[in-house]
Design a protein around this ligand. Structure first.
Ligand code: PLP
Length: 388
């Protein structure tokens, strides 16, 4: 199908939930994509921080296809080798004790919130079920995770929300007031993605971790976007020297296939038991085989290379006129620009560069394997657009 045929079909039959850019991608290599008409693009979006190895990565594809050639799905009534291997890989890498697998970031957070409520119920009874989240956070689109999402723009139309989910500013005193002795968990994104790529204050995070520990309030790090090597560490919380009780992740973990994970650390290791939670597709063997390849390859060398490349990109961005501020951490980059970010993104697309927006900023989350040549080429296009 050519582009206009694809567009016509989608507009006729697809739900109108997305305002799409006028392009359909057909293939590519690493951080260079090509569209249905053969035009090529540098990719600074990676499918929203998903394609950590870009596209058409040989080793990742082999891992997926090898599993596909064996068996594509089995239910969680049976043991699943790639799922068990992935759980071990994640635990060995992070110090977590166990892992639960779902299919998305929202579901990973659902699992964490349910775990927190059960943990607290068993220890303290009914009256300590509150989930505290932060203003400008994003935790997903299901009602529980939407309730925790601290941006009003997502809430319109969908009340009533899940009770006892409270939202407050990134200040420990405010968290304490919001908790009011009734909180079972506080959830944070160390680098807030959807609201504009903002790394939370180091002092706040460390103080919050201490508060949570002291009060037996579980600290949940939502690493759905900032995890999986994105910031130059496997998880962004590692930059802050804290020890969360629950970690959720998704986006980049599957390398392009849908997966979510909730990792249980010491306190929460044995909270969920048979029947408490589940998923038909969660931990699917093909998806897990791809994710194993992702986690196996995120060695210290790989991650320090990510950090070096991200520094290079940030250094170049700092010198581009029309950029007022560069935010975020590692390869999770926010740009405050003089022009309208949505128009910049549209013009970049015209000129062969994919960038994302996040609230009022541009957002760059390239494949972690992006080459220097690809970065330079993309940055030249961005500079041209910002100058024009
Ligand atoms: C994207 C995102 C989610 C939701 O993930 P889905 O896979 O879209 O459900 C949750 N939390 C954060 C921080 C995210 O960036």
């Amino acid at each position: 199908m050519n582009f206009s045929e694809i567009k016509e079909l989608d507009e006729k039959y697809g739900a109108k939930t997305f305002s799409r850019f006028p392009v359909a991608f057909a293939g590519g290599k690493n951080a260079t994509l090509c569209d249905s008409d053969g035009k090529s693009y540098i990719d600074f979006g990676a499918g929203i921080a998903v394609n950590v190895f870009g596209v058409n990565d040989e080793a990742w594809k082999n891992a997926v296809v090898d599993q596909l050639n064996k068996i594509q799905h089995v239910s969680n009534y049976y043991y699943i080798e790639p799922q068990a291997r992935l759980a071990r890989l994640l635990c060995e890498k992070t110090g977590a004790k166990r892992a639960f697998f779902a299919n998305s970031g929202a579901e990973a957070n659902e699992c964490a919130f349910k775990t927190a409520r059960k943990y607290s119920f068993e220890k303290y009874g009914e009256k300590r079920k509150r989930i505290v989240s932060l203003k400008d956070s994003f935790h997903g689109r299901t009602l529980f995770t939407l309730s925790a999402t601290g941006q009003d723009s997502f809430h319109k139309y969908f009340a009533p929300f899940v009770p006892d989910v409270v939202n407050t500013v990134a200040d420990v005193k405010a968290v304490e007031r919001a908790s009011d002795g009734k909180a079972c968990a506080v959830v944070i994104e160390c680098v807030q993605g959807e609201s504009g790529v903002t790394a939370l204050d180091r002092g706040f995070i460390r103080e919050l971790a201490a508060y949570c520990k002291e009060n037996d309030v579980l600290l949940v790090c939502d690493e759905v976007q900032c995890g999986n090597g994105r910031t130059g560490k496997f998880f962004a919380y590692e930059h802050y020297g804290i020890a969360p009780d629950l970690v959720t992740t998704a986006k980049g973990l599957g390398g392009g296939l849908p997966i979510g994970a909730c990792l249980f650390f010491g306190k929460t290791e044995n909270v969920l038991t048979a029947g408490d939670h589940g998923s038909t597709f969660g931990g699917n063997p093909v998806v897990c085989a791809g994710a194993c390849n992702v986690v196996e390859r995120m060695t210290d060398e790989f991650l320090s290379d990510v950090a070096v490349k991200a520094d290079y990109m940030r250094m170049k961005l700092e010198k581009i006129g029309g950029i007022k501020k560069v935010t975020g951490l590692g390869f999770m980059i926010g740009l405050e620009v003089e022009k309208d970010p949505k128009q910049v993104a549209a013009e970049c697309l015209n000129r062969g560069l994919l960038v994302l927006t996040a609230h009022k900023r541009l957002r760059l989350v390239p494949p972690l394997t992006i080459t220097k040549t690809e970065m330079d080429e993309g940055l030249d296009i961005l500079e041209g657009v910002l100058k024009a």
